[in-house]
Design a protein around this ligand. Structure first.
Ligand SMILES: Cc1ncc(COP(=O)(O)O)c(C=O)c1O
Length: 436
């Protein structure tokens, strides 16, 4: 999508990666004695993904952003600062840790909504204290807990009921969130009980209804079905509860194309955002609600890559295994849900692609990136870009196999800067050694 080879060198949104990576590696070795993998983010691509929404979406009018960035997809505070600077965007958080990051990034509280099926009491207290826009409430018990905590803090909590619409998003079972059997949301048959709790609580304000149906959605139809359910539920809310009611929030991350990384690939397909926004503008004309969206990784995924190095090759009978210096500790998605990430060598050797298993060094058979996939021939020492790593890569990384967290870099204005230092071995075990 954003990559192309020019004279066999890989370019990423007009950035010569061979040259840029050489500069970054020099800095890492000089300043940190570090020679391993790193994440690289492209600000131009992030801005491009956001600007698409600004130019297409209905104009902001009431001060609530229309689009909520999924903090869990990429949560480095330097990236969050870029998001916070864009007034069309709010942040969709799912933990107290993400609230902390959002605060550090400087986003104002009324631009934060808090989802998540198991918000703890301290998390609720901290979010109330900060004065977030609303809690996307996932159960009757959570609604009661928020009411109690708000009452004892002498505050009013803005809440939006997250309805489980029992709609299939036609996606991988692990990333479906809106089916009845999924753990998320309040079932429609409990909606009236939720309204009763709202009626009897003076510390809750119903500001909206929400539904989130999953990730990697390619089709507008599940959104339409979900929106119809939200509209019909909103119509059932009695006027005395409905006073500050402002929005319908429709989540379900827009599908991105993990298969076709190269520019102008005729087979590349994108989620039909214009078609969805067109439908939603129609809804907005007919009903008096603001509509807000949670596009998920659609904003962040393309703007990151994981730069790794080939360490060794093993020749099997009819394919090659290439072992790299990064693994499931840096990018767990292939191991977790068989996700596919294209891998492009920074320098293309020859024109014929041959089948490779590209695997990590971690002591797990599931630690692989690609299986029997055609890739340009790779030699030990080659640099490889694991594409589409702007979402659920660094934010899902771990110290498994006692591998320190790897650095992150941001490309902006044709230059680069480090936005997370490589973790040292001492830092990795400090919370243990400090107790020795
Ligand atoms: C509440 C909420 N927000 C955002 C997202 C992120 O969407 P995506 O997976 O498309 O990045 C999810 C995904 O499950 C979610 O449940």
């Amino acid at each position: 999508m954003y990559y192309e080879y020019r004279d066999n060198n890989l370019f990423w949104q007009n950035t010569d990666l061979v040259e840029m990576v050489a500069h970054i590696e020099k800095e890492l070795e000089r300043d940190y004695s570090y020679t391993g993998p790193f994440y690289l983010y492209h600000k131009d691509i992030l801005m491009h993904r956001m600007s698409f929404f600004q130019s297409t979406g209905p104009a902001a009018s009431s001060g609530i952003p229309e689009f909520f960035y999924s903090v869990k997809s990429q949560s480095n505070v330097h990236i969050l600062k870029i998001i916070a600077e864009n007034s069309h965007f709010g942040m969709d958080i799912v933990s107290g840790g993400e609230l902390f990051r959002a605060k550090v990034a400087g986003i104002s509280p009324e631009r934060i909504v808090f989802a998540g099926v198991g918000k703890t009491f301290p998390e609720i207290r901290d979010a109330l204290e900060y004065g977030i826009k609303s809690f996307h409430v996932e159960s009757l018990e959570e609604l009661e807990a928020i009411s109690r905590i708000a009452r004892s803090a002498g505050k009013k909590a803005g809440v939006a009921l997250r309805i489980n619409p029992d709609v299939s998003a036609n996606t991988h079972a692990y990333i479906s969130t809106g089916k009845e059997e999924n753990k998320f949301g309040i079932p429609v048959y409990e909606f009236s009980s939720a309204l009763e709790i709202l009626r009897s609580s003076s510390s809750l304000e119903l500001v909206g209804l929400q539904a989130h149906i999953g990730s990697q959605i390619q089709d507008v139809i599940p959104y339409k079905k979900t929106m119809e359910i939200l509209i019909s539920k909103a119509a059932q809310i009695p006027e005395d509860i409905k006073k500050p009611f402002e929005y319908l929030s429709i989540g379900g991350g827009f599908g991105i194309d993990y298969e076709h990384p190269l520019v102008n690939d005729p087979d590349a397909k994108e989620f039909p955002v214009r078609s969805l926004l067109g439908y939603l503008e129609g809804v907005q004309k007919e009903f008096p609600y603001r509509i807000i969206l949670e596009p998920g990784r659609y904003i962040s995924a393309y703007s990151g890559l994981l730069l790794t190095h080939a360490t060794y090759n093993k020749q099997k009978k009819d394919y090659r295994i290439t072992i790299t210096d990064s693994g499931m500790s840096e990018l767990i998605r292939p191991a977790l849900y068989q996700a596919f990430h294209p891998i492009l060598p920074l320098v293309r050797n020859g024109r014929t692609q041959i089948p490779h298993d590209i695997v990590g060094p971690i002591c797990e058979t599931g630690d692989f990136f690609l299986k029997k996939y055609p890739v340009y021939p790779i030699q030990p020492g080659d640099r490889l870009a694991i594409t589409h790593s702007g979402a659920y890569s660094a934010s899902m990384s771990s110290n498994y196999n006692s591998r320190p967290m790897v650095p992150e870099y941001l490309l902006e204005n044709n230059s680069f800067r480090i936005i997370r230092k490589p973790q040292t071995l001492e830092e990795m075990i400090k919370s243990e050694t400090s107790l020795l």
